[in-house]
Design a protein around this ligand. Structure first.
Ligand code: HSE
Length: 312
């Protein structure tokens, strides 16, 4: 089998937690993400191409892509070098899984270039090393949908067990990314390490409800399950106008809305594209009115995960 010397992949952006599923639920966006070109090197080095737009770290020990790819190569017992070049669409630090896109893209591409020794669950494990670098915890709720596409549930971490969930056809998401900095490490650190039993009962009821809603394409059940009484009350304090934006989305007909990953982006689910368009415009204008720069996005749920665009 001839292995490629260069490969270009598309790795989708993802939204984790989905309200009630802290560190376990996530989904991929459709056609929004990053392109990554990975080229084999003869000198055995891991190199990140400089990127003027986002100033990504070029030290291979500090970039999620090289950290994740190195974990894979170490496990494979292969000493090879690669250059990684990124074209990111979403600003890093959005809560839309930009680092997960890079980690997943890197392990997917390198796996292709060494003859596909690893399966999808193993690729998720390597990509989690990038998440560990960026957030202090090797969580799989972003890299799961990156690799598998669609909605995923981390049923368990030890051993890792990431499940694919169904994607309702008419489910759309409107997203707003206000330009404030929220570091995932800080957003994780600020959470209490213990929750009350009553809160836990509500939360696992909602996780079950959301999963059931996805299986049944029951939009109302999906919406009423998007209740997070553990993480959202603390983290929303980091996001300007969170309550107003969420309420406006609900008033426009969202079935549910919450924080995208660790924030600061806010996402709203809708049944159908028209309502999502309306919510996207409303969220944008709320931030415009107070002079906070914000980017907005609209997407279906992306059924495909990371994929090859070109292989040479
Ligand atoms: N589940 C992670 C968190 C996602 O909420 O901290 C980080 O994007």
């Amino acid at each position: 089998m001839k292995v490629p010397e260069q490969i270009q992949v598309f790795s989708p952006s993802t939204i984790a937690n989905v309200g009630c599923g802290y560190d376990v639920l996530g989904f991929a966006l459709d056609g929004i993400g990053e392109r990554m070109t990975v080229t084999r090197r003869d000198d055995g080095k891991m190199v990140i191409e400089e990127d003027d737009r986002f100033n990504l770290p070029t030290n291979p020990l500090k970039n999620v892509a090289t950290v994740a790819a190195t974990a894979l190569l170490r496990e494979a017992g292969i000493n090879m070098g690669f250059t990684f070049a990124f074209e990111k669409e979403i600003h890093p630090g959005s809560g839309m899984g930009t680092s997960a896109s890079s980690s997943a893209g890197a392990v997917f591409a390198v796996n292709e270039m060494i003859g596909l020794p690893f399966n999808e669950q193993e690729l998720i494990t390597f990509a989690m090393e990038g998440e560990k670098l960026i957030s202090g915890k090797a969580h799989a709720d972003n890299v799961g949908p990156n690799i598998l596409g669609g909605f995923t549930l981390v049923r368990g971490y030890d051993p890792l067990d990431v499940l694919r969930l169904p994607v309702p056809e008419d489910l759309y998401v409107a997203i707003v990314h206000p330009q404030v900095v929220v570091k995932t490490t800080d957003a994780k650190r600020m959470l209490k390490s213990q929750v009350k039993l009553e809160q836990a009962v509500n939360q696992w009821g909602n996780v079950g409800g959301l999963v059931s809603g996805l299986y049944e394409s029951d939009y109302d059940l999906i919406g009423r399950s998007m209740v997070d009484n553990i993480v959202e009350p603390t983290r929303k304090l980091l996001i300007p106008m969170y309550d107003d934006v969420k309420q406006a989305a609900m008033d426009c007909g969202a079935i549910g809305a919450s924080i995208a990953g660790s924030g600061p982006s806010i996402f709203a689910f809708t049944k159908g594209k028209e309502t999502a368009e309306k919510i996207k415009e409303t969220m944008q204008s709320l931030y415009d009115e107070v002079g906070i720069l914000a980017y907005t996005y609209l997407s279906k749920i992306g059924k495909s995960g990371v994929r090859t665009l070109e292989s040479l």
